[in-house]
Design a protein around this ligand. Structure first.
Ligand code: UFG
Length: 330
């Protein structure tokens, strides 16, 4: 039996492929390469270059392979862009979910691991955030993920579909061997932006606000290493194979670091000075997002292994240093 990884050429999908391959899984990948990279895919993987909304292409994948489960990563994920172009997000993210659920139903495939986001919580009432806490997204990206979660849940109530929705916090780092990593055409994430300074691509980092009600005034986030995150996907599939019930589950490290702490850690790792400038708050940024990860520990038998933020930044640094132009250097 085969696992279909939709969006496998992306940042998280490509790390997931490695973990699944290490565990002896047979994998096929579908990706439209709009944000993913062909170079991120290992040679042994069977690859379909197609959009998830292309019903004909999806049928071909299901006809040609004995698909047992779908790991669904295909989505646009830029919060700021989603505010400017909400329909682009609903079209791709929600539309993609409809297409894949229809294909799964047609071909009798009933296991899905879905890549959800902490963005479904919006501005939390308290931290650490529990899965049972209210979801109240503050942007179309988070709303699209909440709709997608709900769609799978409704379908599961009237079919044999079983799912795990994994709510990611801030995914960071790169493969420990430095061969695959983060490469976004339009970079908005903190760690790659900080590392652009020692790479000579940026003079300084803009800190988006230093008057938040946190220990040093800058926003606190929960950074989870991409390999730890990828491992949790395999555990989630194993859980479904053992007849686990449908559920949502947070994936973070359970630890919070401020923007200033991240800059200090990056200085220690790179041994470069990283000049900063404080600018205005970025609209919609909550002061503090930290996951309660007890459920992942208890139910998925999962524990993050890369909990030192310096270690996480070290892996990202190795990737960026060796590939200053991302996958264009491969
Ligand atoms: N930040 C800066 N300067 C920058 C970039 C980021 O100060 O140049 C700050 C942000 O204000 C934020 C923190 O660094 O406090 C992390 O920002 P990121 O953009 O790296 O990540 P976010 O927390 O905004 O977003 C992440 C994911 C989203 C997801 C969200 C869930 O990238 O996909 O968590 O809340 F929706």
């Amino acid at each position: 039996m085969t696992v279909l990884i939709c969006g496998g050429a992306g940042y998280i999908g490509s790390h997931c492929i490695r973990i699944f391959a290490e565990r002896g899984e047979d994998i096929v990948v579908l990706d439209n390469l709009e944000t993913g990279h062909r170079e991120a895919l290992p040679a042994y993987v069977k690859f379909y270059h197609a959009d998830i909304r292309d019903a004909k292409a999806l049928s071909q994948v299901f006809e040609e392979n004995q698909i047992e489960a779908v790991i669904h990563f295909c989505a646009y994920s830029l919060v700021g862009e989603s505010v400017e172009k909400p329909l682009k997000y609903f079209d791709n993210n929600v539309g993609g979910m409809i297409a894949i659920l229809q294909a799964m139903q047609k071909y009798g495939v009933n296991r899905m691991i879905f890549s959800s986001s902490a963005a479904v919580y919006g501005d939390p009432l308290h931290v650490p955030i529990l899965e049972t806490d209210e979801t109240n997204p503050t942007n179309p990206y988070g709303e699209s993920k909440r709709i997608m979660e709900r769609m799978i849940d409704w379908v599961s109530k009237t079919s044999s579909l079983r799912y795990v929705s994994l709510r990611y916090f801030n995914v960071a780092g790169a493969a420990s061997d430095g061969t695959i990593g983060e490469d976004h055409r339009h970079e908005t994430h903190l760690i790659p932006l900080i590392l652009q300074v020692p790479m000579g691509k940026r003079e300084k980092l803009n800190i988006f606000g230093d008057q938040y009600p946190t220990k040093d005034g800058t926003c606190i986030r929960d950074y989870i290493h991409v390999e730890d995150l990828a491992r949790a996907h395999w555990n989630a599939l194993d859980y479904l194979r053992k007849d686990g019930q449908c559920m949502v589950c947070n994936l973070g490290s359970g630890l919070g670091y401020s923007v200033k702490e991240m800059i200090t850690a990056a200085k220690n790792v790179t041994r470069f000075d990283i000049p900063v400038e404080v600018s205005q708050n970025r609209p919609g940024d909550p002061a503090k997002l930290v996951a309660d990860i007890q459920k992942a520990r208890n139910v998925l038998h999962w524990e993050p292994q890369h909990t030192s933020i310096e270690e996480i930044i070290e892996t990202a640094w190795k990737w960026h240093r060796n590939h200053p132009n991302g996958y264009a250097d491969k």
